[in-house]
Write a protein of this length. Structure first.
Length: 265
């Protein structure tokens, strides 16, 4: 199991330079990944500073050498797929192939979607997510893309000169067939569940894929939580998840206190 730091880019952490420095410290402490929440506003905390995670990931990519970086998760229904495709390519190149795109439905927490005029119907957002994922694959294929779907359109454009391969990890919260079918088509799972729930989810994904070889499973837990039950259930990543509002000092304390176990432990 690999260990990563999962940072909320809000408040004192809403600064790309600060997040870049925390990523450097995490890499030096032995973490193998640094992931960011992807939000544009936190309505429940009026006036809370929020950093664009994609800009911050660029800063992190520039300042680190080894850690895997990415979003967990990007709600694709509130982003244009061609913009995500282009930004992901840039981060993949800037990081030397270390970027992972985590995707999901997202939610209207405190009005995060509705107050900005975004789609709030879960079924429609799921349709947009699936269509966006289909389009990302086409745009990264190196082929000319013609797509006329219910939500997005591409009229005969070739987006890149050759195929681009960027891992996609898909969020799911239960054994409902739709999210697990979606997750099974891609490279990894970002579950929100218990160890027993994870076993059930992975059993269904394995049934659909045929095997779980090279399939990543990124589970989050608070500093001090025991990752072992999730490792036994099939998780391949443990993301040390900091609270929504975290100070720089608290983040540094978590890095120093929650680093991966030493070899042999």
């Amino acid at each position: 199991m690999r260990h990563a730091l999962y940072l909320p880019p809000f408040g004192e952490l809403a600064d790309p330079g600060v997040l870049g420095e925390l990523a450097v410290q995490a890499e030096e402490a032995g973490f193998e990944g640094v992931f960011l929440w992807d939000h544009v506003v936190r309505p429940k905390h009026a006036g809370l500073e929020v950093c664009d995670p994609w800009i911050a990931l660029a800063a992190i990519a520039e300042r680190t050498e080894r850690v895997t970086i990415g979003t967990r998760i990007t709600p694709l229904s509130r982003r244009r797929p061609h913009d995500v495709a282009r930004q992901a390519i840039a981060l993949d190149r800037l990081s030397g192939g270390r970027f992972v795109l985590g995707v999901g439905l997202g939610g209207d927490n405190g009005g995060e979607l509705s107050k900005l005029g975004e789609e709030t119907d879960a079924r429609t957002r799921a349709e947009m997510l699936d269509e966006s994922l289909e389009l990302l694959g086409q745009l990264w294929s190196g082929e000319t893309v013609t797509h006329d779907g219910p939500h997005y359109r591409v009229d005969g454009l070739r987006f890149v000169s050759g195929p681009v391969r960027i891992p996609i990890w898909v969020a799911a919260q239960s054994v409902k067939p739709g999210p697990l079918r979606r997750a099974a088509r891609f490279d990894g799972l970002c579950p929100e569940t218990t160890p027993d729930g994870l076993r059930a989810m992975l059993a269904e994904i394995e049934r659909q894929r045929g095997c779980l070889e090279h399939y990543e499973v990124a589970v989050g837990g608070r500093p001090g939580d025991d990752p072992e039950p999730f490792r036994e259930a099939g998780a391949t990543w443990w993301l040390v998840t900091l609270p929504e509002i975290t100070t720089v000092k608290e983040a540094m304390d978590a890095i120093n206190r929650s680093g991966p176990p030493s070899p042999g432990q």
